[in-house]
Design a protein around this ligand. Sequence first.
Ligand code: C2E
Ligand code: CA
Ligand code: CA
Ligand code: CA
Length: 278
Amino acid sequence: AKRMGGGRALMTTDEQAGEEESAVNIESALRDALQTGGLELVYQPIFDATGRFARVEALVRGRGDYLRKVGPGAFIPVAEESGLIVSLGRWVLEEACRQMADWRERNLPVFDFAVNISARQLVQADYTDSVLQTLERYGIPPALLHLELTETTLMGDFSAMARIMKRLSEAGVLFSIDDFGTGYSSLARLSELPISTLKIDRSFVMKLLESEAAVGIVRAIVNMSRHLRLEVVAEGVERPEHIKLLLALGCHKFQGFYLSRPLSPEALEAAAFAGDTA
Ligand code: C2E
Ligand code: CA
Ligand code: CA
Ligand code: CA
């Protein structure tokens, strides 16, 4: 529908038609999932240099076969396009807080948790209040929450986003820049934002062992983060050699399939809290 009247693509290939159709299907499946409890969260641990859990990142999943097959890498962009991301994002924060509160209530050691957010959520008029109210409702200190934003998110209305981030940050909420290195954020801009963490995009980590350029990029990010006093997390750690090299480069937090896949709450409890309930 978007192409109509634009005159840019007069011919629709089968492939494009296929993509469009599935975007429509994805959108309706998402809408349905949001109304019927068809989403769930999994949690991927982030480890420190001593091998301890530092944090978990909440990642959304569909419960049904269709959204499960599509995966968040494909349905999140559709949610962003359609505006459903606002209600999806609300659900994700609510559910993550509910889970953290449950763990706290049961006296399980609870760590920081990270939630991914999209630009469209951040600039909602009531975003700051709704985040702080949700945390308060579940009795969760704001300083346990990390909001992960991608670099490209910051290409929107920068001053509006900076203002919202500043308010949340003054309340204690932390911010991470996700997929760092893939966008175009300048040092100057970054230093204007209340950011605590850079997450090095997994494409660099995965190329570390074959590419001198990737090593150089990771080294540059780590050095920069030192000057800006930011924590660095390496994503996409798939091999033990990655950790060795990353430690040598000065990176001290790790996330990836080698250390742990994203886990259901039950599996995370078993892995993290075993024998730790006293
Ligand atoms: P992301 O925020 O960069 O999340 C990390 C993704 O990398 C996750 O994919 C995770 O499963 C995957 N991953 C972790 N370790 C490794 C590894 O060692 N190797 C490889 N190849 N992959 C690894 P997932 O869960 O499919 O999520 C994809 C993207 O969907 C996320 O990328 C994020 O941008 C988006 N997303 C997921 N949940 C949410 C959400 O609740 N809200 C928003 N706005 N976006 C979300
Ligand atoms: Ca993320
Ligand atoms: Ca990422
Ligand atoms: Ca990503």
